[in-house]
Ligand binder design. Sequence first.
Ligand code: NCD
Length: 318
Amino acid sequence: MSQVTHVLRSQQFSVSCIEELFRRADAFSSVRRAEVYSRRIVFTVFYEPSTRTRFSFETAAVRLGAKVVSTENAREFSSAIKGETLEDTIRVLCGYKPDAIVLRHPEIGAAELAAQVSEESGVAIINAGDGAGQHPTQALLDLYTITREIGHIEWLGLTIVIGGDLARGRTVRSLAYLLSKIDPTVKLVFVSPMALCLGADMKRHLRERGIYFEETEEPTDALKKADVVYWTRVQRERMDGKDYAALSSELQARYTITAAHLELMKPTAILLHPLPRAGEIDPAVDKDPRAVYFRQAAYGVPLRMAILERVFEHKPLE
Ligand code: NCD
């Protein structure tokens, strides 16, 4: 059992740990700065583009008083471009003794690999997205948004409609793992064209845990029964250009959430999106109070403050 508090997969968190993280995120929501970690150092190492995850992690670290060392684009501006392996890079970075490395990488399993390398040095690895694998801190943030917006932590029995690129969306995978862990009575409705449907491994996982789920290509009925709608973009960068071209007009016609779709939704339902959106939610929807995706993005700072605090508290100062 690892002594280091890595954050690698969403299902690693127990219910009590999630509740504690959410309590701390609530507390951080009302304080702008809590500079108690001035001796801590966080590296943010992103091999893929990011707006929300990197900025919110760096803001969270700064608000906690930690120092951030970063590269704008590790794919081009680190020695990866010279052929250095991820293992070597992580080994070298750990030698500089940060407290945590927030890592985003295009390969599934990259964070786990980095955690194996960093184990000896005690540096925590935080998975900020590993290809089409997982994005655990986003899933925590999504769940935090649901609890804040729905108003309580007992999510029991909610119908959660998850739509878009279910095949390659790492936020979808992490959220489905997390929900299946914390609420055995959750009802999941997956909406996508066949070409983007949920992977067999995820379906097997849900069946093994006895989680109720449906799959459909048609958004309309699903939206009517949703308590939460979680919509996502197509992971265009992870698919063949020809496959995307073949899908794009169907996506636009059938899977773009418009004001007419909001009419179908319950007055109490909420619409989430991890962002960025790439056409799949019409901006006309933004003014509907049920559209919570910009608040969802903002929750990223207090939630990631809670995550970093947990990592720091479990790691002795050098
Ligand atoms: C997501 C990601 O990078 O996986 N964005 C994010 O972190 N908020 C979703 C996406 O890129 O589609």
